[in-house]
Design a protein around this ligand. Structure first.
Ligand code: CU
Length: 732
């Protein structure tokens, strides 16, 4: 299918100006999308962000104490033949109700993970929550998890999705509808030729119509940041599985394309048996100590599955880059970092005082009855309807999928706008941006006297502590990025203060808040949570961050090759709006080559190779790029030559303006912001053979072609072949 790129007028501000998807006002008008923006004294005020029937301004803020997630209980420990002891967990995903909104508002039906066997822990917390309990891992001590898909009702029947599933993407395709090649099977983009999309309420005739998918939900869990994990345990998007329900329709696939291959591999590697409704993964925890997280990764459904709730922290401690290796430069002895964090056996909700706290920030929207709101029509995004310009198969537009989604409420550790009491002392706060499409710019400047230092990111400790207060008291966080902060409230006057957000309520393209883009609505999404500063209980024993000597960062080996890769936006042929986001390669002449999920692997490092990957971003927006299996170094960024319309000139040319990594991008990362009009270079060593993925972590993008398989080492005997591409290629 021929595609054209959108033409747009842009201004270039340091190569990073905001040039979003969302310029076109849809036919539905201002009620459906961002209204005109008013710049007032450097602050921009946007019309309220649309969402469900619950007005975010009607949600009382700072009335709920922030939940500090306790620790996930173990089912037991297992002594391996090698003599190594591993921790064993049995964790299911279930549907339940949770008080996410303040207590006087309705509960919300969500999904979440929880332990179903606590035999290996005292005071085991067998409960499900969103976000879920924190998995505590010891460095180099493997963890084995039986992940159970238990999305069933009391009768044992499957539960349909809480949110509208678009069946026109390249998705799990549980009903095994034939793809463009006429072949039926899971993990395809169904061919709906001869049928017309209608909303669920209007669906009558399956011979001439199709609608959203309401069947059983596929799930597969990924530990984001896991290093050295086998591909069978990485949560490959085509290794999903359904719950064991009594009413799975005949002809439905109960597992994804790769499930059986990985089942055999897990049995051979670890002696574990998989069965209907579950898979058992094992994580070596070989990476540096740091803050990872786990969430669902099913093909074409990650945005919906994660939005429904299932996610949690996964913290690795100890080893050669653990807390005990941090020194105090004044004495050259082990430094004291703020703690404790929750430990196994602590209660839910906690009744202890913690000075080390993980904080997951997620955006959500709600209906007045408390249910989650997520758009069920493309019209929400830009007004495109079944009549104008029409949907797949008549056009290239998916009827339900939205290119981005911005929730109008901020949820922190599972509650909207909570508060946290903090003493006048130092805290260690591990932040995660777990939003859908929303880049966050945490703003500490509304907390007088606070001093904020960043000591870690996705790959554990930075090379040196970074004084964020000296850099403006803000911190940019792309989707899935983590920031390990020392926040010092010692000199903050007693009182209540808001942690703000200066990121935009729309796609992020870099630049200065309030100058290059309007900041988030100051009355809703411009606020994250409240800190209530109280007097200290005891003297603060922790080492001031300027005296912290962080463990040495060992550089990766010299790269053996450089891989130019492209970030691409596919504009609709029928409308001034995106049809999908894509990845690809860059050919020898500098021209991007589009690749779809179904195309054969193009990134294939040999085992042990170190490579530079270059993300050439030809789109209008920044994309947080995540590579599974490795932690990488950020090498540099460089501008691309743009034409008069602000489009990246093709063949691609470099403009020679090279910028080094930001101070908070030192050490190792697993997710990096690739700005528009730039190439972002990373360096990684690929040590463990297998089939993995790299993708954008704007989950709406990831679900619609902005994800690619990659393989370390040779093809594996017996591995599934990709479905044939529409042009007859594939199968390689
Ligand atoms: Cu993206």
């Amino acid at each position: 299918m021929a595609k054209r790129r959108r033409k747009r007028t842009v201004q270039k501000a340091a190569g990073m100006s905001r040039r979003g998807f969302l310029k076109a006002m849809g036919a539905m008008g201002a009620a459906y999308w961002l209204g005109p923006k008013l710049m007032l004294g450097g602050k921009a005020y946007a019309a309220p962000i649309p969402g469900g029937t619950l007005d975010p301004l009607a949600v009382p803020k700072f009335v709920t104490p922030m939940l500090i997630p306790p620790v996930m209980p173990r089912a037991g420990t297992i002594k391996q033949k090698s003599g190594k002891t591993i921790d064993y967990y049995e964790i299911s995903m279930k549907q339940f109700q949770q008080q996410i909104l303040p207590a006087d508002l309705p509960k919300t039906t969500v999904w979440g993970y929880g332990a179903v066997n606590g035999a290996g822990s005292k005071n085991a917390l067998l409960l499900h929550n969103a976000p879920s309990l924190t998995i505590e891992a010891g460095w180099n001590r493997p963890i084995r998890v039986k992940w159970i898909n238990d999305l069933k009702d009391a009768n044992g029947d499957y539960l349909p999705h809480l949110l509208p599933v678009d069946p026109t993407l390249h998705w799990a395709n549980v009903p095994q509808l034939p793809g463009m090649d006429g072949v039926a099977g899971p993990d395809r983009r169904p061919d709906y030729a001869g049928k017309t999309y209608v909303p669920l309420a209007d669906f009558e005739d399956s011979n001439t119509q199709f609608t959203q998918y309401t069947g059983p939900v596929p799930m597969v869990t990924h530990v984001h940041g896991a290093v050295g994990v086998g591909d069978e345990s990485d949560g490959y998007a085509e290794a999903w599985y359904l719950p064991v329900a009594g009413n799975i329709p005949a002809g439905y696939a109960t597992e994804g394309t790769w499930y059986n291959f990985f089942e055999g591999k897990a049995a051979a590697s670890f002696g574990v048996n998989w069965g209907p409704g579950y898979a058992t993964f094992q994580y070596p925890n070989a990476g540096r100590a740091g803050t990872d997280w786990y969430h669902d990764h099913a093909l074409g459904m990650t945005r919906l599955n994660v939005y429904a709730g299932p996610a949690g922290f996964y913290i690795i401690r100890g080893g050669p880059a653990g807390d005990k290796t941090v020194l105090d430069s004044r004495t050259n002895t082990v430094a004291v970092l703020p703690g404790p964090a929750p430990i196994e056996g602590d209660k839910f909700p906690p009744n202890k005082t913690y000075y080390e706290i993980p904080i997951a920030i997620q955006d959500r929207a709600f209906n007045a009855n408390g249910s989650l709101f997520y758009p069920d029509t493309r019209a929400f995004f830009d007004g495109a309807t079944a009549e104008e310009p029409g949907f797949i198969p008549a056009t290239d537009l998916s009827p339900i999928w939205n290119p981005e989604f911005f929730g109008n409420c901020i949820m922190v550790n599972g509650n909207t706008w909570p508060f946290q009491a903090v003493e006048q002392r130092r805290y260690r706060l591990r932040f995660l941006n777990g939003c859908q499409s929303r880049f966050l710019i945490l703003d500490f400047s509304q907390i007088p006297g606070v001093e904020v230092w960043q000591i870690g990111n996705e790959g554990g400790f930075l090379a040196v502590p970074v004084n964020l207060t000296a850099l403006g008291n803000t911190l940019l966080m792309g989707l899935a990025e983590r920031a390990d902060l020392i926040v010092d409230f010692t000199n903050v006057p007693l009182g209540n203060y808001v942690l703000g957000n200066l990121g935009p309520d729309e796609p992020f393209g870099g630049g200065v808040p309030g100058v290059d883009f309007p900041t988030a609505d100051p009355d809703s999404t411009g606020q994250i949570m409240q800190f209530r500063v109280v007097p200290p209980v005891v003297a603060d024993p922790t080492t001031p961050p300027q005296f912290l000597v962080l463990p040495a960062v060992t550089p990766l080996p010299v790269p053996v090759r450089t891989r130019p890769l492209a970030l691409l936006e596919m504009m609709s042929m029928y409308r001034d709006g995106p049809a999908e986001a894509m990845l690809g390669t860059v050919d020898q002449n500098g021209n991007p080559v589009h690749k779809m999920w179904m195309d054969p692997v193009t990134e294939n490092p040999a085992v042990g190779d170190t490579e530079v990957w270059e993300f050439y971003n030809t789109t209008a927006d920044a994309h947080p790029m995540h590579v599974h299996e490795v932690k990488f170094e950020v090498v540099s960024r460089e501008g691309l030559v743009l034409d008069a319309n602000g489009e990246v000139v093709q063949p691609i040319q470099l403009d020679g303006v090279i910028t080094p990594p930001e101070p908070w991008e030192t050490g190792f990362k697993d997710t990096v912001i690739a700005y528009p009009g730039q190439v972002t270079r990373i360096r990684a060593q690929f040590s463990n053979p297998g089939q993995f993925v790299w993708h954008c972590h704007i989950v709406e993008h990831e679900d619609n072609e902005m994800m690619r398989p990659y393989r370390i080492g040779p093809e594996q005997p017996g591995q599934p072949m990709p479905a044939m591409a529409a042009d007859g290629t594939g199968g390689g």
